[in-house]
Design a binder for this molecule. Structure first.
Ligand code: ARG
Length: 570
């Protein structure tokens, strides 16, 4: 709700008796701004009033008088089309942004509410694949959006650091491992020996036997097994942390699957007592047929616990520890059934808070194949992005100084990194998360089109103008000046930010912010193609400088919510 839609809903309520809330819900933004800034369809109201919607719309329109933010109301068929009083809205929006700066768009919605967001969650010794990359990007952005909404956000990384594959990893390491390489590149080295285990064990059954033995030792707490595993874990987390810090991501907890392994025995006992467990071919399951799902496997024949069991224990622990408003799992679509089962089991256990769990799922990434198939080494992707961005900036950079080499080498590197990462992030976030994402280096780094660099460039253009502007920025401008279609289109968009953030929050959908950012940057470029900000009469310049300043603030806010850097030059 903003002041304009509020005014429209009030007017409708006054004239027809419809409740303000309902009226507000019905307001639309017309597809073509030529029709009006907002529209109100009269269909449902007409039913109540037993009139044709056309007649009703005509009658209401006749009673309209311009007032405050509303300039006009015309009926068109069954619709009422409203126009905003441009200078009044320009003044309200721009003054608000001017005074709040980057705090514009923040809300009180989440105050005193705690949200747990679990994302990234790679597995030690198994490949970090593109799914983990998407989870990282989407999760990180959701954290920032929720923080903007006033929530306290706790970032969780549910590391895959337990399971019988660790018996295989230890076996592999004992045979082919090299402590020096482990030290230098732990993720790569562990993956290498682990992959070797897979190829060699096809021929050599003994290896499997060894692996089972190591995992038994590990579970039993035997010293050597435990020390090796702890070493793998510690050194891998350190490397993950270095990679995350490239992306400015931190986690509040790396408690992964191993952390919950000791809690599963008591959990299984409780499930048994509650009468939820049923024996099935030697294993223990919770039947979920009644809910259209296959049974949840809780305990295997050999008494080993499972991924799902550990997830149940994790949810219980997290609720006790954090008493969350929501617990969000950012994990790909292939695990949908897993989370449906998890949530259902928790519900059957009688936890009212099972309703607060959300699986934020997402589709695949197509085309980001490397020599290793679906596996991505985050480091390789980052390096490649930066190198490519360097080249693109040299060729295409908006900022001429960058091209003629006036920007110090250090700063250029920084810019290339931000642009390269921005390209990857934006490409991921611009599509609805449940859709697949296509990945193509040349396209995502282009300066034109729906790309990260394009959006960052919008911010850079604002900064360039502000650098050239010698006078002050003031909010005391003549708002009548900012009334062209192009300028008002920008102002309307700026005014939408709070609603946009609200939608992104309700739908757990960073793409809402990404699309908004892109459209705002496009609208700003349309404006710049038609008008000059600087060098006109003073009062005109002052008004457009204020507008540019506000566009810059909002673009910066949005880029940060996406997890991208708002660069001043590129
Ligand atoms: N480590 C898992 C994987 O790579 C993702 C973990 C998802 N989170 C969870 N609580 N199950 O597939």
């Amino acid at each position: 709700m903003n002041e304009v839609t509020q005014a429209i809903a009030d007017f409708i309520a006054r004239e027809t008796g419809l409740s303000v809330g309902e009226g507000h819900r019905l307001i639309e933004i017309p597809r073509d701004p030529q029709w009006g800034d907002y529209a109100f369809p009269c269909f449902s109201l007409a039913k109540v009033k037993r009139k044709s919607p056309q007649t009703l719309a005509g009658e209401i329109a006749l009673r309209f008088k311009p007032e405050g933010l509303l300039a006009s109301c015309l009926s068109d068929g069954a619709y009422l089309n409203f126009r905003i009083h441009r200078p009044a809205w320009a003044e309200m929006v721009l003054r608000r942004i001017f005074s709040l700066g980057e705090r514009y768009g923040e809300s009180q919605e989440g105050v005193a509410k705690r949200i747990l967001i679990e994302f990234s969650s790679p597995n030690i010794a198994k490949p970090f694949h593109v799914g983990h990359l998407r989870s990282t990007i989407i999760g990180h952005s959701l954290c920032r959006i929720f923080e903007k909404g006033g929530y306290e956000v706790v970032r969780l990384n549910h590391l895959g650091d337990w399971g019988k594959q660790f018996g295989e990893v230890i076996t592999a390491f004992k045979h082919w491992g090299d402590p020096a390489q482990l030290e230098a590149q732990p993720l790569k080295h562990l993956l290498e020996v682990y992959s070797r285990f897979h190829s060699e064990s096809k021929r050599d059954e003994i290896l499997h036997e060894e692996a089972r033995e190591w995992f038994r030792k590990l579970e039993g707490g035997e010293t050597e097994a435990r020390t090796l595993w702890e070493g793998f874990r510690k050194i891998s987390i350190e490397e993950f942390k270095r990679l995350y810090s490239f992306l400015s991501i931190t986690f509040d907890s790396y408690d992964g699957e191993s952390f919950y392994r000791d809690r599963t025995a008591a959990l299984v006992e409780r499930l048994r007592k509650a009468g939820l467990l049923v024996e099935s071919q030697g294993a223990w399951v919770i039947p979920l047929e009644a809910f259209g799902m296959p049974p949840a496997l809780i305990l295997k024949k050999d008494e080993a616990t499972l991924y799902l069991t550990r997830d149940i224990a994790a949810a219980e622990y997290r609720f006790q520890k954090w008493n969350f408003e929501k617990l969000i799992y950012v994990v790909g679509i292939p695990q949908r059934l897993h989370f449906q089962q998890l949530f259902k089991v928790l519900e059957l256990m009688g936890y009212e808070w099972s309703q607060r769990l959300v699986h934020v799922d997402f589709g695949h990434v197509l085309g980001m194949s490397t020599r290793r198939g679906e596996v991505v080494f985050l480091r390789d992707v980052i390096d490649e992005a930066v190198q490519r961005a360097e080249r693109v900036i040299e060729e295409r950079g908006e900022d001429k100084e960058a091209r003629i080499g006036k920007i110090p080498e250090e700063q250029k590197k920084h810019i290339a990194r931000a642009v390269g990462l921005g390209a990857i992030i934006f490409n991921d976030l611009r599509t609805k998360r449940s859709k697949d994402v296509e990945f193509d280096w040349d396209r995502i780094l282009a300066f034109e089109g729906a790309t990260g660099p394009y959006c960052q460039n919008g911010h850079v253009r604002c900064c360039g103008i502000m650098r050239k502007h010698s006078g002050e920025i003031t909010e005391k401008v003549d708002f009548q000046i900012l009334c062209s279609d192009e300028e008002f289109d920008l102002i309307k968009r700026l005014g939408q930010l709070p609603r946009i953030i609200e939608r992104a929050l309700v739908e757990y959908e960073p793409s809402v912010i990404a699309v908004y950012t892109l459209e705002l940057a496009m609208s700003f470029n349309v404006f710049l193609a038609r008008y000059r900000v600087l060098g006109d009469e003073k009062r005109i310049t002052q008004a457009r400088v204020l507008l540019t300043h506000c566009v810059k603030e909002v673009l910066a806010t949005c880029l940060r919510m996406l997890g991208m850097e708002a660069l001043e030059r590129m």
